[in-house]
Design a protein around this ligand. Structure first.
Ligand SMILES: Cc1cc2nc3c(=O)[nH]c(=O)nc-3n(C[C@H](O)[C@H](O)[C@H](O)COP(=O)(O)OP(=O)(O)OC[C@H]3O[C@@H](n4cnc5c(N)ncnc54)[C@H](O)[C@@H]3O)c2cc1C
Length: 405
């Protein structure tokens, strides 16, 4: 493998190198699949090596901490409904903002590009609520974090594990006023695929897009649904095995190459908090299972533990056994997903085929009558309370299967 093939495979696109360059000679440029990679202006480069020193891929570092694990639900039910899992992020953000701090997270810009930015008011937390299953553009936000810390403000930075490691490497320390929240992360799809998906919606509906909700909870927490609200208020609402964005993502066709061998995964992390879903809530803590969502949270160090005591006032909390309970849900915490064998073929087709044609080629079963009927009866099953029971039994079957393996 030559150097450029290595970079294509390993670089996680975190932008630490761009932020660290004292001569501003690194910019992040999309490759043919739409993922950002650093491009160095060799005329300006003085080979100071700062970019190499901050790279989270070249400088792997696993702390020897013993995290404390919890299941949490935000006490504000409405906020929990608009959060992906249990609304831990919103609680942590509220704590930092109420201390006069600043919160960095991932939201949409006016054109639905997925970007990091920051907020300073509690009323803006919703901008960052919900997972966006697309790689975010970090821009120069690590530099902004440094400026706010220098001004004596508390900062919460949330992002993927590689982005949090990138920030800590860029700062060269974990300052007292900085809190970081990384997510349990399966992988990040390409912004180019995302743009194509948005254009498909506009073409299909003849309307502009007003809102996108990746994991709408209309049919409950366990029933992953893509909701797109159009400019006239009408809605598109499809499950993960019908909606092309969720379908290509869940079948491991569109994540970044480095996500399939992620260097930032693990049960021991440098972040303050790690947040993810928890699918086994009915077994581990039945009282927390109300179908609206719970977050599994790892509190990774003493600084985080002190803040968690404050954040708790916004949460309903149930301790988990880190080694036992976290482990059963720990797949994506420690293990990278395997790429679909047809991933390369799909990206080769991306420029030449419409979204509909791609879906027909790679997922022909989506269009079968049996699946159409399944989609139609989903709302009926939900209203009768049967969908939750069905999902629970499927999950139980899956976990028995994987424990037998
Ligand atoms: C790309 C991606 C993959 C994930 N994969 C898994 C998984 O395999 N298993 C699992 O248990 N959990 C996974 N999660 C985490 C989970 O979906 C929730 O984000 C997490 O549980 C926090 O939910 P919440 O209810 O506390 O807050 P929410 O309000 O849902 O949290 C939103 C937070 O996520 C951040 N965020 C949103 N989109 C992105 C993005 N594109 N990149 C970086 N940060 C983002 C926001 O800044 C905000 O802090 C993933 C999340 C993302 C974004």
């Amino acid at each position: 493998m030559n150097i450029s093939e290595r970079v294509k495979k390993d670089c996680c696109g975190c932008s630490a190198c761009m932020n660290s360059c004292p001569r501003d000679c690194i910019k992040m440029t999309p490759d043919k699949d739409g993922f950002l990679y650093p491009e160095v202006c060799e005329v300006l480069c003085v080979e100071c090596n700062k970019c190499v020193k901050v790279c989270p891929v070249l400088n792997e570092d696993t702390p020897a901490n013993k995290p404390k694990a919890y299941l949490v639900k935000n006490r504000n039910k409405e906020l929990r409904k608009t959060s992906t899992s249990g609304g831990f992020f919103a609680a942590a953000a509220k704590y930092v903002l109420s201390e006069g701090g600043v919160v960095f997270g991932v939201g949409f810009d006016d054109n639905f590009n997925v970007r990091h930015s920051y907020i300073e008011n509690i009323k803006d937390i919703k901008k960052f609520n919900r997972s966006k299953y697309v790689q975010s553009e970090v821009g120069h936000n690590y530099r902004k974090v440094k400026e706010f810390l220098r001004d004596g403000r508390k900062v919460l930075f949330s992002g993927t594990p590689c982005q949090v490691e990138a920030l800590l490497n860029y700062l060269g320390e974990d300052p007292d006023d900085l809190y970081t929240m990384d997510i349990i992360c399966k992988g990040v799809p390409s912004p180019k695929f995302w743009k194509k998906y948005l254009s498909w919606h506009k073409k299909k509906s003849g309307k502009d897009i007003r809102e996108v909700r990746f994991r709408e909870k209309t049919y409950g927490y366990g029933s992953t649904t893509m909701r797109v609200v159009y400019s006239d208020g009408t809605e598109y609402d499809e499950p993960y095995d019908v909606d092309p964005m969720l379908q290509f993502y869940s079948k491991e066709m569109i994540s970044r190459p480095s996500c399939y061998d992620c260097k930032s995964k693990g049960k021991h992390r440098r972040s303050s908090f790690t947040a993810g879903d928890y699918w086994y809530v009915s077994g581990a803590a039945p009282r927390m299972d109300d179908g609206i969502g719970v977050s599994q949270v790892l509190v990774n160090n003493e600084k985080a533990a002190a803040a968690f005591e404050e954040i708790k006032k916004y949460l309903d909390v149930e301790p988990l056994d880190f080694d036992k309970d976290s482990a059963i849900n720990g797949g994506m915490m420690v293990t990278s997903a395997k790429p679909n064998p047809r991933r390369e073929e799909m990206y080769a087709d991306l420029d030449n085929m419409s979204m509909g044609a791609l879906q027909r080629k790679y997922f022909p079963a989506t269009f079968k009558l049996k699946n159409r009927i399944k989609r139609k009866i989903r709302p009926v099953m939900y209203n009768m309370g049967l969908l939750k029971i069905y999902k629970k039994s499927m999950r139980k079957r899956q976990s028995t299967k994987s424990s037998k393996r």
